[in-house]
Design a protein around this ligand. Structure first.
Ligand SMILES: CC(C)(COP(=O)(O)OP(=O)(O)OC[C@H]1O[C@@H](n2cnc3c(N)ncnc32)[C@H](O)[C@@H]1OP(=O)(O)O)[C@@H](O)C(=O)NCCC(=O)NCCS
Length: 209
């Protein structure tokens, strides 16, 4: 029987850059050797992640299997061009979160996801990461739209697409329930033609100036 919790992924024609600068931090492709740093960031942030990240309930301090499985999966998915996940690396070299472009919605559209280490929030990391991912995603020839989905109760996450000038498209049932989730996801979209004049493009240009 098909597993309805696992969306079908589509492959883009090309990959985004391995490294994306976002001011005093950097997005770079995850590597298998990041297991200890990713595991530590997840353990330290678990309580902060559980409300809206369904996988976070499975984190345990002793067991690095989740980080190993995630990184092995993300390396494989980058190779087949279905998902492009990046570590958010802070100016001090610390792993400060994760974000990515996922081909799990309809072909021609990529979905952005993100989380930030509990001790590194409120510095614009998620907003800058999403801006850089939007630009990189829309630069791929067969990507026409980038979307951000979040639970309607996750207002902090919702501020990210709003600040970048995304259009609020619709609400839809969440695929997977989360601890604090309402089960209703808000879907925001940015079309390729709207990006150059968006608040997000202006923000990114300022970050890189
Ligand atoms: C949501 C999350 C990604 C925001 O990361 P961040 O790097 O702090 O985000 P930014 O600094 O870019 O700020 C985004 C908005 O959230 C607000 N915000 C962030 N942390 C906040 C806090 N603790 N309390 C109140 N507001 C907060 C910011 O003020 C900003 O809103 P503004 O534009 O109105 O000022 C982060 O809190 C997180 O990882 N949460 C848990 C996982 C999660 O929910 N991921 C998203 C799933 S869709």
């Amino acid at each position: 029987m098909a597993d309805v919790t696992k969306p079908v992924l589509w492959s883009t024609s090309e990959s985004p850059p391995d490294v994306l600068p976002i001011g005093d931090a950097t997005l770079r492709r995850w590597r298998l050797e990041d297991v200890p740093a990713l595991h530590q960031a997840c353990v330290e942030s678990q309580a902060h992640l559980i409300p809206f990240m369904p996988w976070a309930v499975h984190i345990t301090a002793e067991d690095t299997t989740n980080a190993e499985t995630y990184l092995a999966g993300t390396v494989a998915k980058w190779a087949d061009r279905t998902t492009f996940d990046y570590a958010i690396v802070d100016a001090d070299g610390a792993i400060s979160g994760s974000c990515g472009l996922m081909g799990r919605i309809e072909p021609g559209s990529l979905e952005i996801g993100y989380w930030v280490h509990v001790d590194r929030t409120r510095r614009g990391l998620a907003t800058r990461a999403a801006a850089a991912l939007t630009e990189a995603g829309l630069a791929i020839a067969d990507v026409e739209r980038v979307e951000i989905h979040h639970d309607s109760a996750n207002t902090m996450s919702g501020r990210v697409p709003e600040r970048l000038g995304y259009v609020r498209l619709r609400e839809q049932p969440a695929d997977i329930p989360t601890d604090a989730g309402t089960g209703v996801h808000v879907v925001w979209g940015m079309r390729r033609e709207d990006w150059p004049s968006s608040a997000g493009a202006t923000l990114l240009a300022g970050v890189r100036a």
